[in-house]
Design a binder for this molecule. Structure first.
Ligand code: V0V
Ligand code: CO
Length: 140
């Protein structure tokens, strides 16, 4: 079901500062910047590598307001890894399969994600404390 690691989602207070850090320290390149009102984030995707099943990224996220999921995460835990996004071929099918195994779905249906992807989250409490995102990339 999981094709690759699509991205590692990292929560930060200052998006521009963290982009600059990842660019200057690791030589990564920003390939997309978006504001996702539904998810309450301003985010950037930095390309890490290409693989047979597609690319992988670091997703840097800054909350749009304190009262958002990432805003609350920062207040509670501080900056750091927030979620792992795995590439899947069909996010709706993957949700159905994982849900049937008893894992709580945060999203019953796919939502709009970065770079036109369809995304859905699984509850961290049912995935060993890891907030898990399923990502179906947009067709080109
Ligand atoms: C909370 N918990 C986490 C967690 N956030 N555990 C691991 N990783 C995280 N990121 C734990 C927390 O410690 C609590 O455990 C429990 O879950 C309930 O947390 P809470 O602080 O009361 O927070 P909730 O329940 O209000 O919200 C948590 C959930 C929320 C996971 C439900 O973050 C959510 O709906 N996330 C999905 C949407 C999202 O993350 N969007 C931003 C990325 P204890 O203390 O009870 O043991 S958007 C994105 O990635 C995009 C657009 C993209 O990739 O394209
Ligand atoms: Co993500």
């Amino acid at each position: 079901m999981l094709l690759r690691i699509d991205h590692v989602g990292i929560a930060c207070h200052d998006l521009e500062e963290k982009i600059e850090f990842y660019e200057s320290t690791f030589g990564l390149t920003v390939v997309s910047r978006e504001i996702n009102e539904e998810q309450g984030v301003r985010e950037a995707m930095l390309h890490v590598a290409d693989g047979a099943q597609g690319a992988s990224y670091v997703q840097l996220m800054e909350p749009l307001h304190p009262d958002t999921v990432v805003g609350k995460f920062l207040a509670k835990r501080g900056e750091g890894v927030h979620h792992i996004g795995y590439g899947v071929a069909d996010v709706a099918k993957a949700l159905e399969e994982v849900g049937a195994k008893g894992v709580r779905l945060i999203d019953e249906r796919p939502r709009h994600g970065s770079m036109g992807a369809s995304i859905a989250f699984l509850h961290p409490k049912d995935v060993g404390g890891v907030l898990t995102e399923l990502v179906q990339t947009a067709r080109h």
